[in-house]
Every structure is written in structure tokens, then in C-alpha cells.
Design a binder for this molecule. Structure first.
Ligand SMILES: [Zn+2]
Length: 183
């Protein structure tokens, strides 16, 4: 800061440079969120307004940020970055949480079914076969939506590498407005 334009009398140099998050020397002590350089600004209708809206996009397998593209390239592997809004989705750390969600939901849904099957006149082999098939199908069916919801939750809250999170981005002034980080 020794040779900062404000100290050396060259304050006019500040006007020549581009203000904003790309030039950290021009923030002049004002703390601003770090905006990813590849992240395209989105209009408010594109961004989810609430955590539940972001999670619902993740559950449907859509990009939680823009909702325009697919979140998953393969069954449980999210795309590296969104082709539309360029959000980096490798930053998530969903780990074992989606299987926990899937097991929890499957258990609660199947509990009454197990009771009904257990009190029926079916043979033991048929009972085991039905419950195994039902449990496997439900567990697999819930896995991808649970992972999408987990990624959306982490992105919205700005967890792990998701800086800024969706909540911070939604509350920031939109592009063109005074104080907008997008200029
Ligand atoms: Zn997107």
C-alpha cells in the first residue's frame, strides 16, 4: 500500500483501472465476496430464491444455480462445471450423506410394507425376495436425488469450495445495480 495511488497523489489512476473483484487493490478495505472468475452473472429469476428451491432443482437433477442443464453426467457423478452458468460442481463434498438419506427414506417407506408382508400368508422365501427387491429399487431410486439435494444444499450455504454460496449471490445487487460485484 506504500505506493498506492491515493498516497502518491495519482488518484486519477484509479479511474483508469477496472474496479471490482478482479482488481483486489481497488477494494480499499471493503470486504467483498470472492466471485469465481468463470462464473457468469445470473439474473434473479435464474437463481433459486430459497434453499428449498435450490434443493428441489438438485432433487430433479438440474443445475441448482441456473436450472438449465443437467447436474449429473453419470448416475452419481456430477458434471465438472455447468455448460450454461459455469458453476464448478467438483467442489462438493457429499461423501456418505446421500446414502444415509436414501437408507433413511427407504426404511421409513418400507417399514409398513414389511409389516404387511410379514403378516401375510406368503412363504418365507417369497417374503425375503419381495423385501430385497423393494429395498434395492428404492435405495437406488433415492440415491441420485439425495446426492443432487446434498450438492444444492452445500452450494446454497457456501460450504466447502462453494464461495460465494447461492444465498450470498442471491442477496448481492444484480448486474448493473450500484455496488454490484458484476460491474
Ligand atoms: Zn448452471
Amino acid at each position: 500500500m506504500k505506493n498506492h495511488p491515493l498516497r502518491t497523489g495519482n488518484a486519477h489512476l484509479l479511474r483508469q483501472a477496472t474496479p471490482g473483484p478482479c482488481n483486489p487493490h481497488l477494494n480499499l478495505g471493503v470486504r467483498q465476496p470472492k466471485w469465481g472468475p468463470m462464473l457468469a452473472p445470473l439474473t434473479r429469476p435464474d437463481l433459486p430464491a430459497t434453499l428449498s428451491a435450490a434443493i428441489w432443482r438438485g432433487v430433479k437433477g438440474e443445475c441448482p444455480r441456473c436450472g438449465k442443464t443437467k447436474l449429473f453426467g453419470r448416475f452419481l457423478k456430477p458434471v465438472t462445471d455447468c455448460p450454461s452458468c459455469h458453476q464448478d460442481w467438483t467442489l462438493h463434498q457429499a461423501d456418505d450423506f446421500p446414502p444415509y438419506i436414501s437408507i433413511f427414506l427407504t426404511g421409513h417407506i418400507l417399514a409398513p410394507a414389511f409389516i404387511a408382508i410379514g403378516t401375510s400368508d406368503l412363504s418365507l422365501g417369497v417374503m425375503i425376495g419381495i423385501t430385497m427387491v423393494l429395498a434395492t429399487v428404492l435405495l437406488l431410486a433415492f440415491l441420485q436425488p439425495a446426492k443432487g439435494a446434498t450438492i444444492a444444499l452445500q452450494w446454497w450455504l457456501g460450504m466447502h469450495g462453494f464461495k460465494p454460496g447461492g444465498r450470498v449471490e442471491f442477496s448481492a445487487p444484480p448486474k448493473g445495480a450500484p455496488g454490484s460485484p458484476w460491474g
